[in-house]
Design a protein around this ligand. Structure first.
Ligand code: CTP
Ligand code: MG
Length: 250
């Protein structure tokens, strides 16, 4: 881990996909006093859960984690210890994992991870560490849609609640047509050149990478998302994730 990979022959990666994992957030809404990616769920960190599922997707050849800047070495050690049992499970080859220092915002963390991807890997996924239980099947379906020619791909789910626009004074301004709405998840997948341009041209902060591609006026394609790809954000999400994990292993 943390080896210099810039000059590495692309053909030696296990798969043709690089996944950037922003994991440098502090997790204020979840609480607990540690960065969210390092919070434990069933004896291992959220980040390790996410990495295990990424390495179980055969397309993935490289994972670049953006860690809290003061915890880069600890994060690398933790990944080595907690994912040792996963290594080499697919096709007998290991997925390369690199840890870099993240930034002050999610967007900055993604940009820093993107800068560490060697030339030649042309399909790049961006995946929140906080979506720790994302199935490898979703990773594969996003990668496949990029491979088939979509420049930007997002997993999306229908919105279950009725959604209203409300004024600052709590007065309802109107009801939004729910059939047109989707809740969007990660991994989001991109042709490399599009993601690089989106980040280079970004003038303000976006909560996802596809938002920057939309701003360029380029097409973004939806594939079906997964309930398991929920973003662990609030304390109740951790309880839900524990239950999902139990249901999965039962
Ligand atoms: N993230 C990051 N760098 C930042 C901020 C966020 O890499 N400066 C990552 C988080 O680690 C997380 C993902 O972006 O995996 C989505 O962010 P979010 O769920 O908002 O996580 P946090 O920012 O950690 O949580 P909070 O907003 O509650 O503090
Ligand atoms: Mg945040």
């Amino acid at each position: 881990m943390n080896r210099k990979i810039v000059n590495r022959d692309i053909a030696t990666f296990r798969g043709d996909v690089a996944v950037l994992v922003p994991a440098a957030g502090s997790g204020l809404r979840l609480g607990g006093g540690v960065p969210k990616a390092l919070r434990e769920l069933d004896g291992r960190s959220l980040l390790s859960h996410a990495i295990s599922r990424l390495t179980a997707a055969p397309s993935v050849g490289l994972i670049v984690v953006a860690a809290p800047p003061h915890l880069v070495a600890e994060t690398a050690q933790m990944i080595t210890a907690e994912t040792a049992a996963d290594a080499g499970t697919a096709a007998g080859a290991e997925v390369e994992i690199v840890v870099v220092a993240g930034g002050a915002t999610r967007q900055e963390s993604v940009a820093l991870a993107l800068a560490a991807v060697p030339e030649g890997l042309d399909i790049i996924l961006v995946h929140d560490a906080a979506r720790a239980l994302t199935p490898s099947g979703l990773v594969e379906s996003v990668a496949a849609a990029v491979r088939e020619g979509h420049g930007a791909v997002i997993p999306a789910l229908a919105v279950v609640d009725t959604v209203k626009r409300v004024s600052a004074a709590d007065a309802v301004l109107g009801t939004v047509d729910r059939s047109e709405l989707r809740a969007v998840q990660t991994p989001q997948g991109f042709r490399r050149s599009i993601l690089v341009k989106a980040h280079a041209d970004a003038v303000d902060q976006h909560t996802d990478d596809a938002g920057m591609v939309e701003r360029l006026g380029l097409a973004v394609h939806c594939v079906p998302g997964s309930e398991y790809a929920l973003k662990i954000t609030r304390p109740i999400d951790l309880i839900l994730a524990e239950a999902l994990l139990r249901a999965e292993t039962a």
